[in-house]
Design a protein around this ligand. Structure first.
Ligand SMILES: *Cc1c(COP(=O)(O)O)cnc(C)c1O
Length: 393
């Protein structure tokens, strides 16, 4: 089958249901897919095969992709470690730092609204002897930097604060938090999975020493991500969590996912080139959506609306359960609470940390807009919700 045929069929699929869940995952951009395809077939070589051209071609492709990923976050190529995604990058960073620095101290600080990949890794490390402090957030989702100042000690080896929240889009004051961390000589890590590709992220300007990102949140393939590991001022040491052939400077063994890495690189390049253009389009759609819905009454925005990703809208529908809304809007794909919570839905830990009542949390939904959404789709979404609400009342 001609693989290019996959592209129109993907468009037909997305036309049936309106997809407003881009923070959960994104479709692979057609340009990204096209760049990846040869690396499944003719250019299938192992990037570690040094003895023939199949290996050299794959190795060159990985080198180019590493440069594209590094450029998106203002890093050096040599500071990028490819992983299977942000979850693995976070595990490598936190467990790797703990093992490398536990002689210096065993204290790790994070925040209450982090992704489960961070919170569950902290819970794991706590069983291995780490002392974990979870900073609270204010009702708007922002961390009060003075909370970090009071929590940090000489024993603190790592502070891990997400750049932007996946549920609310709230963007933390990363520069201030990293400065407080560095003043104590600790390492500053940021799960930047939602920020990368959506807003400007620069590891030097932002003072980030370890940064996790993922391809499938930025129109790249699933199963591919990276960890940025600062090499100077300070040089961060890590203990590998996957041992084997010594790939990725010994920090992540295993044959490289060359097609995935090539797609990830292309996705980073596109995100970098299109960020401004994408954001004009996306923020216009978001304000249309929010204004349209807020005009219906009894709907309010959760989280700080100034320090927020341009694509995310977390809304509380007073008096209507998110699950009810979802059941009546089967042709709109959006999220309630966290995408990870299953049938036995618990209220979102992010909204609860913002002191939002359980009731309001159960009535909250997340719309996250992407590159491929149109004004028509947003208007249809508003109209369908309007119809549903007018029947309810
Ligand atoms: C999606 C996401 C992750 C996990 O990324 P994977 O690549 O799917 O493992 C981690 N943190 C945040 C904020 C995310 O949005």
């Amino acid at each position: 089958m001609n693989a290019v045929l996959l592209i129109p069929s993907f468009q037909n699929f997305t036309r049936m249901t309106i997809y407003l869940d881009y923070n959960s995952t994104t479709p692979v951009d057609p340009h990204v897919l096209e760049t990846m395809l040869p690396y499944f077939s003719t250019r299938f070589g192992n990037a570690s095969s040094k003895t023939h051209s199949f290996g050299w071609v794959a190795e060159q492709a990985v080198t180019d992709a590493r440069q594209q990923v590094a450029k998106l976050i203002g890093a050096e190529d040599s500071e990028i470690i490819f992983t299977s995604g942000a979850t693995e990058a976070i595990n490598l960073a936190m467990k790797g730092v703990f093992e490398a620095y536990s002689g210096k101290g065993k204290h790790i600080i994070t925040s209450a609204t982090e992704h489960k990949a961070v919170l569950d890794t902290c819970a794991h490390l706590e069983k291995s002897g780490a002392r974990i402090t979870i900073l609270p957030v204010q009702p708007d989702g922002l961390i009060d930097p003075s909370e970090l100042t009071s929590a940090i000690t000489d024993q603190t080896i790592l502070v891990s604060i997400m750049y932007a929240n996946n549920e609310t889009g709230v963007i933390q004051n990363i520069r201030e938090l990293s400065a407080i961390t560095h003043a104590k000589g600790s390492i500053f890590m940021s799960d930047s999975t939602q920020a990368c590709g959506k807003i400007r992220v620069n590891t030097d300007e932002d003072g980030i020493d370890l940064l996790a990102l993922s391809a499938h949140k930025i129109y790249g393939p699933k199963g591919c991500g990276a960890l940025f590991v600062r090499r100077k001022n300070p040089r961060v040491k890590l203990i590998a969590q996957i041992d084997g052939g010594g790939h990725e400077k010994g920090l992540r063994s295993g044959t490289l996912n060359v097609p995935g890495i090539v797609g990830f690189g292309k996705a980073c390049e596109l995100a970098h080139e299109r960020m401004w253009e994408d954001n004009i389009h996306i923020s216009k759609l978001r304000s249309t959506l929010e204004q349209g819905l807020i005009d219906l009454g009894n709907i309010s925005v959760n989280g700080n609306t100034r320090n927020r990703l341009p694509n995310t809208s977390n809304l509380a529908f007073t008096g209507i359960k998110a699950s009810t809304l979802m059941k009546h809007l089967p042709d709109i794909a959006f999220a309630s609470g966290s995408a990870c919570t299953s049938a036995l839905a618990e209220p979102s830990h992010v909204l609860r940390a913002m002191q939002i009542s359980e009731d309001v949390a159960y009535s909250s939904v997340r719309f996250s807009i992407g590159r491929h959404n149109t004004t028509d789709e947003i208007n249809i979404c508003i109209e369908k919700i309007r119809e549903f609400i007018s029947k309810e009342i």
